[in-house]
Design a protein around this ligand. Structure first.
Ligand code: PGA
Length: 254
């Protein structure tokens, strides 16, 4: 069985190299105590290089975004080649905070293709903006279908599909984790759409990694991760403090 995966999304934090190193070292140390789960840390781009030298076998490095061309006249672009060179193994693609500033399904699709081609695991985030069951299905179907357009079905189980409704993100006003029923139904919906999209056989779809994100913390991690449908979680604010991060890992392995 695949290990459950905890993905720390630091977002635009912390603001200095020294703080990033201190936080990273503490989290690598914590992760080494809980090796029954797989830990991925996604710092801002500028810290990837210094952190790549501190990195140990207990954690993988992830990026929070990427550009889809391998090099060339793309000002500001950070490419898969650059990420691979630093040992980056995962990349977040389609986070709602990037969609909110103009990232389109077409850009997401390009990024998914480029990361899969070089063997960086894409953590493909999808989810509705408002807590409203009536719109959820349409949005998830739409984001998945457009994002996965033209992707070879051989990659179907290499993508870490992540159901992360943006209303559930802790920094949103009133942000709170979805309840168990909502998480399971969101994940089942993602699974059904992916199976249909790639026309998968039952044997493959049981292996699809589907994660949840949105206000995961030390209080709810055990309940969420013990759901058999959940392959892992994306953790934002609770990954910015070593004690809070350890509580998440402790709870899911308890
Ligand atoms: P949160 O963030 O854990 O603070 O809700 C998760 C995310 O935005 O990926």
């Amino acid at each position: 069985m695949r290990k459950k995966t905890i993905i720390a999304n630091w977002k635009a934090n912390p603001t200095t190299n020294d703080e990033a190193k201190t936080l990273f070292k503490a989290e690598v140390e914590i992760a080494s105590k809980y090796d029954s789960v797989q830990t991925v840390i996604c710092p801002p781009f500028v810290y990837l290089e210094p952190l790549s030298t501190l990195h140990s076998s207990s954690t993988h490095l992830g990026a929070q975004d990427m550009y889809w061309e391998s090099s060339g006249a793309h000002t500001g672009g950070i490419t898969t080649k650059m990420l691979l060179d630093l040992g980056v193994k995962y990349v977040l693609i389609g986070h709602s905070e990037r969609r909110a500033i103009g990232e389109t399904d077409e850009m997401i699709n390009n990024k998914l293709k480029a990361s899969l081609e070089v063997g960086i695991t894409p953590v493909f985030l999808i989810g509705e903006q408002e807590h409203n069951d009536a719109i959820r299905q349409d949005i998830i179907v739409d984001q998945l279908t457009r994002g996965l357009e033209g992707i070879n079905p051989k990659y179907a189980d290499r993508i870490f599909y992540t159901y992360e409704p943006s209303w559930a993100i802790s920094s949103k006003s009133g942000g709170r984790a979805d309840d168990t029923e909502g998480i399971v139904s969101g994940i089942e919906l993602v699974k059904q759409v992916v199976i249909k999209h790639f026309n998968l056989q039952s044997i493959t779809y049981n292996l699809l990694p589907i994660l949840y994100g949105g206000s995961v913390n030390g209080t709810n991690a055990n309940q969420i991760l013990s759901l058999p449908q959940v392959s892992g979680v994306v953790v934002g604010s609770a990954s910015l403090d070593p004690d809070r991060f350890e509580k998440v890992l402790y709870e899911i392995t308890a």
